[in-house]
Design a protein around this ligand. Structure first.
Ligand code: URA
Length: 283
């Protein structure tokens, strides 16, 4: 392959597409590599974190005996020598509200996805909700609007939630990563690990009754499971972190993008939403 500077327009276009650039947003390219500055690691926050603690994998405790529980294997601890993860832990733990957590993310330059994204995509919905939904990562429309699940997947998600009386006034929606992966690829393990301290802090701050992982990457990182969603859905897990006063009931659902490609699985997901509704009705 010739050097970029000597490529024909067609070669250059092909090169961009292969690198995941599948749309143009503005007439003039923004060189985010030039403008980025690394966020300083703040001094220990009010919780007195003398040193960065590694982002603890969620402690999954057995659900009550009546629940259908899978034994769990903790996710391997992310590389804690990584300064970006250390900075993420400090920043996230210092946030005392969802708004502060958003501000912390805005100041955080440790996730490589930020360099290619147009907007931070953090949460949508009600921070006091009893249901917290975590998807995979923003797509093109989410990146454009800075809001999670506003594209085709979001429309299906809204429809499914509406069937059990849920909408964005009574759920909060976020993702495992907060910037769009180029070309809508699956976020890498490192990108997920660097965002995980913020996701975990979000869960602690919202402290919902039910945590829903949408799709494989969210289920894998939040439920510390290696099985696919097909094996995990319909089951309940107890999610806990040291910052939670009690474990949260957590489950995994097929991702709406998958359902759009495989509508035959929608039936299973309708029944999963009904199970969520029943849990909410239990109080
Ligand atoms: N898919 C996701 O996982 N998250 C979004 O926000 C949009 C699509």
């Amino acid at each position: 392959m010739p050097h970029v500077s000597s490529m024909t327009s067609e070669q250059l276009l092909r090169w961009y597409v292969e690198a995941g650039v599948d749309e143009t947003i503005a007439d003039v390219a923004v060189n985010r590599f030039e403008s980025s500055t690394r966020a300083p690691v703040p001094a220990p926050g009010p919780k007195g974190l003398a040193e960065a603690s590694p982002p603890s994998p969620p402690l999954l405790q057995p659900s009550p005996p009546h629940a259908n529980v899978l034994s769990h294997r903790p996710t391997p601890a992310p590389d804690i020598s990584n300064g970006d993860i250390t900075a993420a832990v400090h920043l996230a733990q210092a946030a005392e509200t969802v708004d502060e957590l958003r501000q912390a993310l805005e100041s955080f330059d440790g996730c490589v996805l930020k360099k290619t994204a147009t907007n931070l995509v953090f949460t949508d919905g009600n921070p006091a909700a009893r249901v917290l939904i975590i998807g995979e990562g923003p797509g093109a429309e989410e990146d454009r609007q800075g809001t999670p699940f506003v594209g085709p997947s979001g429309k299906l998600l809204d429809k499914m939630m509406a069937s059990v009386g849920l909408d964005r006034t009574n759920v909060l929606i976020s993702n495992t990563v907060f910037w769009r992966p180029p070309g809508n690829r699956t976020p890498t393990a490192h990108e997920i690990a660097v965002c995980l301290p913020f996701v975990e802090r979000l869960i602690e701050l919202v402290d919902p009754k039910i945590l829903v992982a949408l799709g494989g990457p969210a289920a894998k990182s939040l439920l510390a499971q290696t099985a696919g969603v097909g094996r995990l859905r319909g089951k309940w897990f107890a999610y806990s972190t040291p910052g939670l006063v009690r474990p949260i009931e957590a489950t995994a659902l097929y991702h709406p993008a998958y359902l759009l490609r495989s509508p035959g699985q929608k039936r299973a997901t309708w029944s999963d939403w009904l199970a969520i509704k029943r849990k909410l009705e239990q109080g």
